[in-house]
Ligand binder design. Structure first.
Ligand SMILES: [Zn+2]
Length: 248
């Protein structure tokens, strides 16, 4: 918990009135109080049928429901990065994690607005993931969007012509498709390992589902990017920036 006032037990006896999303963050509303959650990369928010065992070291926040079920924020791995804040529902929009967000990537903003957002001299991969410019796109989905749009992760936003901007804008439907996929495939029971409907992310060496060319990987600081060299980089295999730095 990143907040202590009001205390978490202010939720005792309240009803969950809404669950929504802002950028990459889920928000669980309890009338005029709301829990703003950042899952980071290893967190999961999941409803369990039974109470957690005290041995469940992955639990970060537990909310017991009247019917015996339990809503748990859990995080895998040793790093404790996921967080939650209990705020007044009216104040969620003013929280620093929310106020700094750009427009939502899904549903996609109008094309003209999107064109202005990405007209920046920065590589598309970090640009699309920068929540302050456009909110809701993470590491996996940026690869999928760029593959769908047939654009290089190292092309700059300001270098795109009108047709490329339109292609990138149209490719944002990948996010809507993913939500639909999860709603159908998973329903209410979220497993520990969620099968993601990915075509290229972390699929290096596998054939591109569209053209059959082997998917390539490039490491960009600690992040991995995957792409189809034939369709996205004009046949060029991008230099591994992590490796080239080590070799210097
Ligand atoms: Zn391809």
């Amino acid at each position: 918990m990143k907040t202590f006032e009001p205390a978490l037990d202010a939720l005792v006896g309240r009803e969950i009135t809404a669950v929504r999303r802002v950028g990459k963050m889920p928000v669980v509303e309890f009338g005029d109080l709301a829990l703003l959650i950042h899952l980071m990369s290893a967190g999961r928010l999941r409803l369990f049928d039974k109470r957690a065992s005290l041995k469940d070291r992955a639990s970060r926040v537990l909310l017991r429901l009247e019917d015996g079920r339990e809503l748990r924020l859990r995080e895998f791995g040793t790093k404790q990065r996921a967080w939650a804040k209990l705020l007044s529902t009216d104040a969620v929009g003013e929280d620093e994690a929310v106020a700094r967000l750009g427009p939502e990537a899904w549903p996609a903003p109008p094309l003209e607005e999107f064109a202005v957002l990405i007209d920046q001299p920065r590589h598309l991969h970090p640009l699309l993931r920068h929540q302050g410019d456009i909110a809701g796109i993470g590491r996996s989905w940026v690869d999928e969007i760029l593959w769908e749009a047939r654009l290089s992760p190292f092309k700059k936003g300001s270098e795109l012509d009108g047709e490329e901007v339109a292609r990138l804008h149209a490719a944002l439907h990948v996010l809507g498709d993913a939500i639909e996929h999860y709603e159908e495939a998973i329903g209410e029971q979220l497993p520990d390992k969620v099968p993601m409907p990915l075509q290229v992310h972390k699929r290096e060496g596998e054939p591109c589902p569209r053209c059959g060319t082997a998917i390539e990987a490039v490491f960009f600081s600690e992040h991995q990017t995957n792409y189809c060299p034939k369709e996205q980089t004009g046949g060029r295999v991008l230099k591994d920036r992590r490796l080239s730095r080590l070799l210097k």
